[in-house]
Every structure is written in structure tokens, then in C-alpha cells.
Design a binder for this molecule. Structure first.
Ligand SMILES: Cc1ncc(COP(=O)(O)O)c(C=O)c1O
Length: 355
């Protein structure tokens, strides 16, 4: 028997999440992981690194509570929102029995987190405008033991913001039966569309957030769940004892002080301006046949020949993200909004190869 044969069958069969880092690709300009184009410097005090950190560093929880305007008891901090997604699956779904529901194309980690834990993923195709198809979702909820419904707003990769009326209909229909998770990883780029104000009204709503995108701290690994204290208490039973390293807590807390929040908001405004001007210029190109909603730090474009654009850009040193094989996204390529110079550079390349 080989070592691989000893592993769980579901792990043997698993295709891991194809993160930008895992896919790799060497280039000059990286626009494939929806990261911030610039890093930020923070000072660290290492004098207490001899001690284990708090599981939920109180000053970090308080700083996030102040930023969002919710009570600290409604917040859990974890190693990125990816960890929160895994925790939700493990806490609420019985392996081999329960399932999660998603409306793809959407962020890939929901189904991977489920699969890794022996939980099935029910996929319900959205409508043509990428809003959830409510009758189909509700039918599916009736037919299956769905414990967690994952929605992403703005959706990665389509940029779609879930319509508030639809979300409220979903919340009403699922109360007492299914947890509704709204992944707001990119919400700082579209701050008026957050649904955190619904947390008080719907105790089965969970909002996930991250410092990886607008805050420019993807390398830090720091994300949050916002939810009813009862849900937070259950997640805390499952989380590892020390998920947040001491330096992570220090940097994250500093990133959330009011001055740095202002810096973040200025960066977001500038990235939104760069995104909008890049998109408008792209719409004039012959090779671009369609564009999608833009509410995050990325642009999804449909090309006459997506693979040609993607491969051509790669050869020229621009690493983008190909979505050609994803449902409803034939010939689509997602482009992270980088610095103004990077986007000008990429546009020049696209214009020179426009046909
Ligand atoms: C929609 C969405 N949610 C969550 C994540 C993961 O965020 P984190 O870095 O906090 O794990 C990503 C990363 O690309 C994302 O696109």
C-alpha cells in the first residue's frame, strides 16, 4: 500500500484550489490575484513573542468592531476569510449528509472547502444577469439538506452586487433552516452595497470580510466573520487555538486605526478611478466583446478569443486570470486593477494587438 493509498479517499480525489500562487506564471506585472499594487510598512514590537497569542486578540476585535460599527461579540477573526469559509463548512455541515449551495461562476474556495471536508456542493446556475435564480435556489433548498448558502457580493469574478430585495427574500425563506453567508471580500470598493446592517435583523446571516484586498494586506492572512454571537460561539469551538500570530494581530490592529483607514479609503478611490478609466478604454477595443459589472478591484472582460489574449499577455509579461473554462464565462479574462502605470502598460499592449 502506498502512502497515498493511506490518505482519505476524498483527499486522494481532491483537486486543490487553483490559487494564483499555485498556478504560478512568471511575469513583470501580476494582475491575477486581486491584490493591492503596493505594500505598506508597519513597525513591529517583538518583545512578547515568547508568549502564545490570544485566540481572538481583543484589541484587534475592538478595532474591527469600531471600523464596522458592530458589537465585538459579533466578530470572529481568522487566518483570512478562507479560514472562515472552512470553519463555516466544518461547524454547520455533517460530512456525507449535508451540503452547501453556491451559484457559480463564483469564488472557488466554497466548493473546495466543502469537498475537503466531505461535504457536497449544490450548484444552482444564476440568471443571465448573474443574480441568484430564486425559484431554482428555493427548489434546491427544499430538495437537499443545505446548511450553508454562499453568496459573494461583489462577486468574484463577475463583480455582481446581490440585489438587496433578493437577499432579503433569501433571508426570509431560509430563516431557521440554512445559514446565509455573504462574502464581502471586495466591499470596500463599493461600500454603499454592504449588507452588514441586516445582521441585527437576521440571526442566520454571516458576512465575511478580509484585510487582503482594499487594506492591501493579503500576505498578512487576516479575515473576519460578522454574525450573531451564537454563531461566533460555535465557530470558536472549531477554530484552532492560536489562529492569529502576534505580529499579524499587531499589524492588523495598526491597519485599522482611523488614520490608516483613511489611507485605505484614498487608495480605494484611486484604484476605482484607475479601474473605470481602464474599462472605458477597453470598451473601445475590437477584441473586447463584452464587459461585466465592476464593483471590486478587478475587471472581467469577454474577448473574441480569450485564450489568445491571455497567452499573448503572458508572453509580454502580464499575468492575468483566465476564466474561459468556468460556467457562463467562455472567453473571459479577469484583470486585477494594478497601479496606473501597470494598467497603461497593459492597455498599450492590448491596443497594439487589437484585432
Ligand atoms: C470572494 C473572495 N473571498 C475570499 C477571498 C480570500 O480572502 P482571504 O485572503 O481573506 O482569505 C478571496 C480571495 O481572492 C475572494 O476573492
Amino acid at each position: 500500500m502506498s502512502i497515498t493509498d493511506l490518505a482519505c479517499r476524498r483527499v486522494q480525489e481532491l483537486t486543490p484550489y487553483q490559487s494564483a500562487r499555485r498556478i504560478g506564471g512568471v511575469g513583470r506585472v501580476y494582475l491575477n490575484a486581486n491584490e493591492s499594487p503596493e505594500g505598506i510598512k508597519f513597525d513591529l514590537d517583538s518583545s512578547s513573542y515568547n508568549r502564545y497569542p490570544e485566540c481572538q486578540p481583543p484589541e484587534l476585535i475592538q478595532a474591527y468592531a469600531d471600523y464596522i460599527g458592530v458589537n465585538p461579540g459579533h466578530i470572529l477573526v481568522a487566518r483570512g476569510s478562507d479560514e472562515v469559509i472552512g470553519l463555516l463548512c466544518r461547524t454547520f455541515c455533517e460530512p456525507g449528509k449535508d451540503s452547501i449551495l453556491i451559484c457559480p461562476p463564483t469564488y472557488g474556495m466554497y466548493s473546495i472547502a466543502a469537498e475537503t471536508n466531505g461535504i457536497a456542493t449544490i450548484k444552482v446556475q444564476p440568471k443571465d444577469n448573474f443574480q441568484p435564480d430564486l425559484p431554482a435556489v428555493f427548489r434546491s433548498l427544499k430538495e437537499n439538506s443545505v446548511k450553508v448558502l454562499f453568496l459573494c457580493s461583489p462577486n468574484n469574478p463577475t463583480g455582481t452586487i446581490i440585489e438587496r430585495d433578493l437577499l432579503i427574500e433569501i433571508l426570509k425563506e431560509t430563516a431557521g433552516k440554512t445559514l446565509v453567508v455573504v462574502d464581502e471580500a471586495y466591499i470596500e470598493f463599493s461600500p454603499n452595497d454592504s449588507c452588514t446592517d441586516l445582521l441585527n435583523e437576521y440571526s442566520h446571516l454571516v458576512v465575511t470580510r478580509t484585510l487582503s484586498k482594499a487594506f492591501g494586506l493579503a500576505g498578512l492572512r487576516c479575515g473576519f466573520a460578522l454574525a450573531d454571537p451564537e454563531i461566533i460561539g460555535l465557530l470558536l469551538k472549531v477554530i484552532d487555538p492560536y489562529p492569529i500570530c502576534a505580529p499579524v494581530a499587531q499589524v492588523a490592529t495598526a491597519a485599522l486605526d482611523p488614520e490608516n483607514i483613511c489611507v485605505m479609503q484614498k487608495r480605494v478611490d484611486e484604484l476605482n478611478r484607475i479601474r473605470n478609466s481602464f474599462l472605458e478604454r477597453c470598451k473601445t477595443l475590437k477584441c473586447v466583446t463584452d464587459s461585466f459589472d465592476c464593483n471590486g478591484n478587478y475587471v472581467l472582460l469577454k474577448f473574441k478569443d480569450g485564450e489568445k489574449l491571455f497567452e499573448g499577455a503572458k508572453k509580454a509579461g502580464f499575468i492575468l486570470r483566465d476564466f474561459n473554462d468556468k460556467p457562463m464565462l467562455k472567453n473571459c479574462v479577469r484583470i486585477t486593477v494594478g497601479s496606473r502605470a501597470e494598467m497603461d502598460d497593459l492597455f498599450t499592449f492590448m491596443k497594439e494587438h487589437d484585432e
